[in-house]
Design a binder for this molecule. Sequence first.
Ligand code: ATP
Ligand code: MG
Length: 292
Amino acid sequence: MFDFPERYRVPFDGSFKLQEAKTYEDHAETEEELNDQLKKLVKKIDKFQQTLYAADQYSLLLVFQAMDAAGKDSTIKAILKGVNPAGCQVFSFKQPSVEELDHDFLWRTARCLPERGRIGVFNRSYYEEVLVVRVHPNYLAGQNLPKVSKLDQLWEERYESIKDHEKHLARNGTVILKFWLNVSKQEQKNRFLSRLDEQNKNWKFSAGDVMERQHWDEYMAAYENALNATSSKYAPWYAIPADDKAYMRVAVADTIVKALEGLHLEYPEVSTEEQAKFAEARRLLEAEESAR
Ligand code: ATP
Ligand code: MG
């Protein structure tokens, strides 16, 4: 298997070229083998989640961004299946509400950040503000912002705000991993067509998604810019090939496991004082048994 985190990590020096990022990777494993690997990785994530919770020092934030039908929902589901639901939370960010538009663009996601010891997942995120909004700058009208002379300045300022925000979070114990699920235009078309063909997938189809597809190149340019501007050691981006879902899920899960391993999490040590209390508790419990 490949050396995942490094293979797909977007470099921190702005040299990422979207044209060169793979949407499909040749691999020797069968789908079954990949699914077995995924199961093992999910088990590890669950174990790490327990120590993350016990250590209560770090939280993990997973950000997912992608074009429609890339498999954000199913990847999140596959990765969190088997992880204690009390320890993780998923938030999906769609078109902002009036209340959300009345605040700065980091407000709505900041309210949903994971508490220490938890795993938080963002299905779309504040990155929409430099992706969909960049492709459709008319959305800015609803935000009623102070005027800027050039739109380019606004995007640069947003990147800066995002970087500062992420650095701040990292310093305070949030481990951030960001995944761009890189689906090809052809594969998106196949998936849309199967949503039309298969009755039980009809509900997933939205005519608007086909309209959005017409802006494919603009989206790719916005992604390339955003990933280059905001991939950092505090919050690295991973550009994961998404045309093969089984492979993509293993790549994402493995990246998460490696990041958690890197934290060297340990269960908190019990102080001698606490140990003395434990001994007393044991004595009381055992006395109960013998009294019966
Ligand atoms: P699915 O289609 O699988 O249900 P989804 O995430 O595509 O999931 P939709 O309701 O189809 O959900 O789409 C949400 C839409 O909201 C996307 O087109 C996204 O670009 C848009 N969106 C998200 N954040 C913003 C934002 N800050 N400003 C404008 N549009 C946004
Ligand atoms: Mg959608």
